[in-house]
Write a protein that binds this ligand. Structure first.
Ligand SMILES: NC(=O)c1ccc[n+]([C@@H]2O[C@H](COP(=O)([O-])OP(=O)(O)OC[C@H]3O[C@@H](n4cnc5c(N)ncnc54)[C@H](O)[C@@H]3O)[C@@H](O)[C@H]2O)c1
Length: 255
């Protein structure tokens, strides 16, 4: 992919399944990668792996729900790796149960992580991108945002918000040469999906049902997402903004 070498990219939730695959792919392409995560130990282990690939990396303990912590973390990246050119809003969290069985404290946690967190990140990073007249942002939503998903009502609401927020900012910032695009994963083998299936009465049956529903006949792997995310960050995607791409083995084919 063209143009990723020496880019400075923040990946939130960078120590998780899709996040770590993305960090590795970006490092292979020569980008400098900042790994933002709650889990500093995992982020630091990943930093070493990325450095072994010959690129600069930085593990940062950052709770994206805290705007002050986000501002401090973004400043640290700019000081240690240079001006930020790319942002992947990937950190996320889900619980799986019918809406009427959920509690307001669960909605709050879902909204804080999946919605407020990405607002904090955009707010902290966009000013620099505007001043430098360039940047690429990739937001990780979910097919639940596009077509709905039983058991994920508040999560889907947050991801739907992320989708329309991204399209709006894509319009506001096109004149600054900043692109924003959204990727919607389908069921992808990570800790998040394991949390969902393990909570089901018959986890194996649920995994089978997910797999059967996917036309390409398998669950997504983190690398499937890393490729698409890296593409949107690259110069190969320079003329694409405000778009939503499902990376789901064909699970959803809506226009
Ligand atoms: N795995 C799937 O099936 C699937 C499907 C659709 C969408 N997604 C989305 O993909 C993204 C990545 O999910 P994943 O499957 O890799 O999950 P994961 O659980 O493997 O990784 C999520 C990472 O986010 C981090 N995180 C959580 N809260 C945070 C916070 N407040 N601040 C900083 N970091 C935080 C976690 O520590 C973890 O490392 C999420 O946005 C998720 O909603 C995943």
């Amino acid at each position: 992919m063209r143009g990723l070498k020496d880019q400075v990219v923040i990946v939130t939730g960078g120590a998780g399944g899709i996040g770590s695959a993305t960090c590795k792919r970006l490092a292979q392409e020569g980008a400098k990668v900042a790994i933002f995560d709650l889990d500093l130990n995992k982020a630091q282990a990943l930093q070493q792996e990325l450095e072994a690939l010959g690129t600069q990396a930085l593990a940062v303990a950052c709770d994206i729900t805290q705007s002050d912590a986000v501002s401090t973390a973004v400043a640290e990246v700019e000081q240690k790796l240079g001006p930020i050119t790319g942002l992947v809003n990937n950190a996320g969290w889900d619980i799986f149960k019918p809406f009427v069985q959920t509690e307001p404290n669960e909605w709050q946690k879902l909204i804080q992580i999946n919605l407020v967190g990405m607002l904090n990140m955009h707010h902290a990073v966009l000013g620099g991108m505007v001043a430098r007249k360039g940047g690429r942002i990739v937001n990780i939503a979910s097919d639940a945002a596009r077509v709905g998903s039983s058991g994920e009502a508040v999560y889907a609401a947050c991801k739907g918000g992320l989708l329309s927020f991204s399209k709006t900012l894509a319009r506001e910032h096109s004149r600054h040469n900043i692109t924003l695009n959204v990727i919607c994963p389908g069921p992808t083998e990570t800790a998040l999906l394991a949390g969902v299936t393990d909570a089901a009465p018959n986890p194996e049956k649920l995994r089978e049902a997910f797999t059967k529903a996917i036309p390409l006949g398998r669950l997504g792997q983190p690398d499937d997402l890393a490729s698409a995310i890296s593409f949107f960050l690259s110069d190969d995607a320079a003329f694409i903004t405000g778009q939503v791409l499902s990376v789901s083995g064909g699970l959803t084919m809506n226009g």
